[in-house]
Design a protein around this ligand. Structure first.
Ligand code: HEC
Length: 197
């Protein structure tokens, strides 16, 4: 079996073993479940052996978290990189900031919901993180970051719907701390040149 077929087979086993509804979450519809499983399987099938090995070695709770994200997000891209997905998040983030500042609850709520349901890049998130961070310890921070960004975005939208722009602004701050924490942990300063001493 070539490594792509092997990866797909492994992903299928893995996915069927870990599908369960996280506590407190609304049960996904069969279509959402299928969409999430398909995305996970396809993503693992795209990974080169070095990454695939690390992805397969992740503990079940992290596998389950990644699947939950794939199920929750309705927009999956076959072509865009994580940086491109992030550009769209940034556009929505800026829209939210302006809308809060100008008491435009409808725009703030719509843009915040787009952030919460942001597009997933080709191959999922793992291929874009440093290979040495694909382990239980480093990825263990993801649920907290997801709540800071996507949870706050949803709470922000709910506040903006009610016209409570003070609460929306507060949630905007928490959401921003999620962007900051994740970049500090997985990314660092973008675009650093190797040609500067
Ligand atoms: C799960 C962790 C995580 C979260 C949360 C996160 N980012 Fe990112 N972001 C990254 C990573 C990793 C990259 C680099 C990806 C790459 O270079 O392939 C990145 C890159 C970016 C870039 C691209 C910059 C460039 O080089 O062009 C922008 C813009 C960005 N993020 C905005 C945001 C905003 C705004 C938020 C919060 C609303 C956010 N990100 C939340 C992980 C995260």
């Amino acid at each position: 079996m070539n490594h792509l077929r092997l990866a797909a087979a492994t992903a299928a086993i893995l996915v069927s073993a870990i599908v369960s509804v996280p506590a407190g979450a609304q049960a996904p519809s069969p279509q959402e479940l299928q969409r999430g499983k398909d995305f996970m399987q396809k993503s693992m099938g795209m990974m080169k052996p070095e990454l695939l090995e690390k992805a397969k070695a992740l503990p079940p709770e992290i596998q389950q978290f990644l699947l939950k994200i794939a199920i929750k997000h309705s927009r999956h891209s076959n072509t865009l990189t994580m940086r491109q997905a992030m550009q769209e998040i940034l556009a929505d983030y800026q829209a939210v900031a302006g809308a809060i500042a100008t008491d435009n609850g409808e725009l703030a709520a719509d843009a915040a919901r787009r952030i919460a349901d942001h597009r997933l890049p080709r191959g999922g998130m793992l291929p874009y993180l440093p290979l040495e961070k694909i382990n239980a310890r480093d990825l263990g921070v993801l649920p907290a970051m997801e709540d800071a960004v996507e949870g706050s975005a949803r709470r922000l939208a709910a506040a903006a719907d009610k016209g409570d722009m003070v609460m929306a602004a507060q949630q905007f701050g928490t959401m921003t701390s999620g962007c900051v924490a994740c970049h500090a942990h997985f990314r660092g300063q973008p675009g650093v040149s190797p040609h500067i001493k």
